[in-house]
Design a protein. Structure first.
Length: 370
């Protein structure tokens, strides 16, 4: 903001100088300045408009360039028309703003600004003056382009630094998960396995089944922890993201405790899987939904996971019968809602009747398809 205010102040100062010089020459009858006295304030106004609304870069750059070309091509008096300070300030800054932008139009518009700026020298027939103006403008345009390159390099370094910091944080978290969670869960599994053989409880007794369930839950937790550690240790920019087979593996794991679990995937989803960034969210949603089913669902009832495309969105639906509903205040449901909201999707979770619990997430895919 301060830079734009400083730029506006310099533009106004340059305009005052130009109007002073051109006005004196006009009074002395040395130059026909009617068009100049109109065009130069217009170019200054365009520069001030850009300082106020930087999003109008393309429009103001084209307008300022065309006005400058019109002034250069206009009628002259004795081959002398002075009044270039305003354009010396505005055009190089607009060139930098155009080059700093995105899109295919920036190169032809930058060329237009460059031609308009360099053509200012033709307002005089004096070869020495023309060379001085052209070289001076070329230096300013080069400085503007160099500033854009410098800013791009700094931004690239900053983004690289951020990515490195995030990667190091993921590695630290992966090590903590492995050392703390992994070791503790392994201990639980070992204790459950040992207790089955040392407790003296007969096979298929309630105690033996309880230890078996603890062992199974622990092994599933270890599998999930290892999968999460693998994701944390993977550079997201190099990862292709979870595939449909990974989702099928989660469903297969759930069948260990809920045998009547179905996964319905429409043909479009099988033919065209979601983009990697969206696939990560889909996997997390399926994981959390499966965890809720395992913790709260009726193991004898049907569980149905449905994956399909609905217009420009990907839709995940999970239906099952709950022994006790998880509610909307559990961290799992809250986390699912936050993931969907972050992608500007829609999420709902709640009872449907007859003890059924429905989770539905709708994720827009247009943002990821570009």
């Amino acid at each position: 903001m301060l830079l734009r205010i400083a730029f506006a102040a310099v533009v106004l100062a340059a305009l005052v100088v130009d109007l002073w010089v051109v006005g004196d020459l006009w009074v002395l009858g040395q130059v026909e300045a009617r068009s100049t006295l109109l065009i130069l304030p217009a170019i200054a106004g365009i520069g001030l408009a850009w300082a106020r609304w930087p999003s109008l870069t393309i429009v103001v750059a084209v307008a300022a360039s065309l006005l400058s070309i019109i002034e250069t091509a206009g009628p002259s008096h004795d081959g002398l028309r002075i009044g270039v300070f305003t354009e010396f300030v505005v055009l190089p800054v607009l060139l930098a703003a155009v080059l700093a932008g995105r899109g295919a139009l920036r190169w032809p518009i930058a060329a237009l600004v460059f031609v308009a700026a360099e053509s200012i020298g033709f307002r005089t027939d004096e070869t020495s003056f023309r060379a001085i103006i052209a070289i001076s403008m070329l230096v300013l345009l080069g400085a503007a382009a160099a500033a854009v390159v410098y800013i791009r390099l700094r931004d690239s370094e900053r983004l690289t630094s951020i990515e490195n910091a995030r990667y190091n944080e993921r590695l630290d978290l992966a090590r903590e998960l492995h050392d703390v969670v992994g070791h503790h869960v392994t201990g639980i599994v070992v204790l459950a396995q040992a207790s089955r053989f040392t407790s003296g409880a007969p096979r298929d007794s309630s105690a033996d089944r309880a230890f078996a369930e603890i062992e199974t839950a622990g092994l599933e937790t270890l599998t999930s922890v290892r999968r999460l550690i693998g994701l944390l240790r993977t550079d997201p920019s190099m990862s292709s993201g979870p595939r449909l087979t990974d989702i099928e593996k989660l469903i297969e794991d759930l069948r260990g405790s809920h045998p009547s679990t179905d996964l319905i995937v429409d043909d479009d989803v099988r033919a065209r899987w979601v983009p990697p960034d969206l696939a990560n969210t889909v996997q997390r949603l399926v994981q959390e939904a499966a965890t809720n089913v395992r913790r709260h669902g009726d193991p004898t009832a049907l569980v149905r996971f449905t994956l399909r495309y609905a217009g420009n969105a990907f839709e995940l639906t999970v239906e099952n019968r709950m022994l006790r509903p998880p509610g909307d205040t559990g961290f799992g449901v809250v986390g699912m809602r936050e993931r969907v909201d972050a992608l500007r999707g829609r999420f709902e979770a709640g009872p449907k009747g007859n003890g059924q619990w429905v989770v539905r997430a709708e994720l827009p895919i247009m943002e990821f398809a570009r």
